[in-house]
Design a protein around this ligand. Structure first.
Ligand SMILES: [Zn+2]
Length: 488
């Protein structure tokens, strides 16, 4: 049986860029094995050591999750389409860890229904004309409270549209400052904001847009210690973060507080949008019970993103949020909307409430918030040997016989690379081991030291003993050795 397998962007580096691959097989497991046989680098992404399909990769046959069919043994027939849907985290470098969080909460206005003022009638006239909104709907929006976690690429269009629509109280969580490289997609900020705290700049711009909206700045990181206090003041939580620990924290706190979450994530040209609400439907953990191993899916900083992509996904999140607040239309609860910007196509998959969900099933295995960094394996110290940028400079100057292996993507390599370094993107390493010698003194290089640390670990597991990782990557090289190299 020839079946088609749709390959997500995050895994296309393993299929020589192919967005779909045809394979032979009569069950899901056979088809995926055939795929992994053809593209060896994919194997560890799809299968565990003992040969089972990994739990953080959702597999769909013709738009149905195989967990609700026959799992790996689900039969497939000629013409069927298999879809691999990995969890992606991309959004804004939102919020994990533990500094203080200043809460500038204001008491909310009493919710007695009031007539709209002349100014309000004028400002909101275009949406007041909609029968789905009207004066009663506008009143609902003015009395509602929305928390946006992460004021970055997704948070920017979200906050702008929600403030413009007259959502009464808009909370923003972020700890970052505005960087020049944010401006390409984070349209909440302008060039004079560079260097300012994001939330201060956001507050200024949102106030200028709609002075009526109460902007509440939660300057700091969302943590297990403050999540309940922070989320409990809002009706809807919108997830615009870019990292798995915060996504799981937002989900679990929202499930326990019985609040809806509007989810959006991006990776390069792909986006995902849905609504989670464990009271009546699935939660994030129903879809992805556990996170992928740290670093398996590159971040936006590594993967790159075109600014309109978070614009589209964040705007769809804003739409879902307004529908929830108005109680109108059909939300994406139970439906995962996939967007592919390269083909400008949408695809929809069913998301079911899992009877085995660790947090929202009738018999949960988890009933309180946990340490999400540990859960996602973030922050584990690199186990292998490292070399600092200055030490490497010393060795290169002394003409020591080191072999530099750059594991970034070709586009990044073209921007800048250390003289004499060889390009072997991390995804190709498994297939190109023959180009390296175990006798050589290898130094692995990437932008920030994360990808190269994983690549080093992989090489060690394959029998290479003389492997060191450039600590801090080329960013450290720029900081400590040569500030003239381009940063990106
Ligand atoms: Zn669940």
């Amino acid at each position: 049986m020839t079946v088609k397998i749709e390959i997500p962007t995050a895994l296309r580096s393993f299929t020589e860029g192919a967005p779909r691959v045809e394979v032979e097989g009569s069950t899901v497991a056979e088809a995926l094995r055939a795929l992994a046989d053809r593209f060896q680098g994919l194997r560890r992404h799809l299968f565990t050591e003992d040969g089972h399909v990994r739990s953080f990769v959702s597999i769909y046959v013709n738009d149905e999750d195989i967990r609700y069919l026959g799992r790996e043994t689900t039969p497939v027939k000629g013409g069927d389409t298999l879809r691999i849907v990995p969890s992606i985290a991309g959004g804004s470098p939102g919020a994990v860890a533990y500094p203080s969080l200043s809460r500038l909460d204001r008491p909310t206005a009493p919710s007695a229904p009031k007539a709209l003022s002349r100014e309000q009638l004028k400002r909101y006239s275009r949406q007041l004309l909609l029968p789905e909104v009207g004066a009663a709907g506008q009143r609902k929006l003015l009395d509602s409270k929305v928390l946006v976690v992460g004021a970055g690429g997704l948070g920017s269009p979200l906050a702008l549209y929600l403030a413009a629509a007259g959502v009464g109280k808009l909370g923003l969580v972020d700890f970052d400052t505005v960087d020049e490289s944010n401006l390409q997609r984070q349209i909440l900020y302008t060039t004079p904001d560079v260097g300012r705290a994001k939330l201060q700049a956001a507050e200024d711009h949102l106030r200028a847009l709609n002075p009526e909206v109460a902007i509440v700045r939660h300057d700091g990181r969302l943590t297990s210690a403050n999540a309940f206090e922070l989320l409990s003041g809002y009706d809807v939580v919108v997830d615009g973060t870019d990292n798995f620990p915060t996504r799981y924290l937002v989900n679990d706190a929202s499930v326990l507080l019985r609040k809806p979450v509007v989810y959006g994530s991006i990776y390069r040209f792909e986006g995902q949008v849905t609504v989670f609400d464990a009271r009546t439907g699935p939660c994030y953990r129903c879809l992805y019970p556990e996170p992928p191993p740290a670093g398996l899916v590159p971040s936006c900083a590594e993967g790159g993103v075109l600014g309109v992509l978070p614009g589209i996904i964040g705007t769809l999140q804003a739409l879902e949020t307004l529908k929830i607040l108005l109680g109108k239309g059909e939300t994406l609860l139970g439906r995962l909307l996939l967007f592919d910007g390269l083909t400008n196509s949408f695809h929809e998959l069913k998301v079911r409430k899992s009877p085995d969900c660790p947090i929202c099933s009738p018999t949960p295995t988890q009933t309180k918030l946990i340490d999400y960094e540990a859960f996602c394996g973030v922050g584990a110290p690199p186990s292998g040997p490292e070399i600092t940028a200055q030490e490497l400079k010393g060795q290169l100057d002394a003409r020591a016989p080191v072999v530099l292996v750059d594991v970034r993507e070709p586009g990044e390599f073209d921007l800048y690379h250390l003289p004499g370094s060889r390009l072997i993107p991390r995804a190709q390493l498994a297939d190109r081991l023959g180009e390296l010698s175990t006798a050589d003194d290898l130094v692995l290089v990437c932008k920030m030291g994360g990808r190269s640390a994983q690549a080093s670990e992989f090489l060690r597991s394959m029998g290479f003993v003389k492997v060191r990782n450039l600590k801090g990557g080329l960013d450290a090289w720029a900081a400590d050795v040569d500030p003239s190299i381009p940063s990106y």
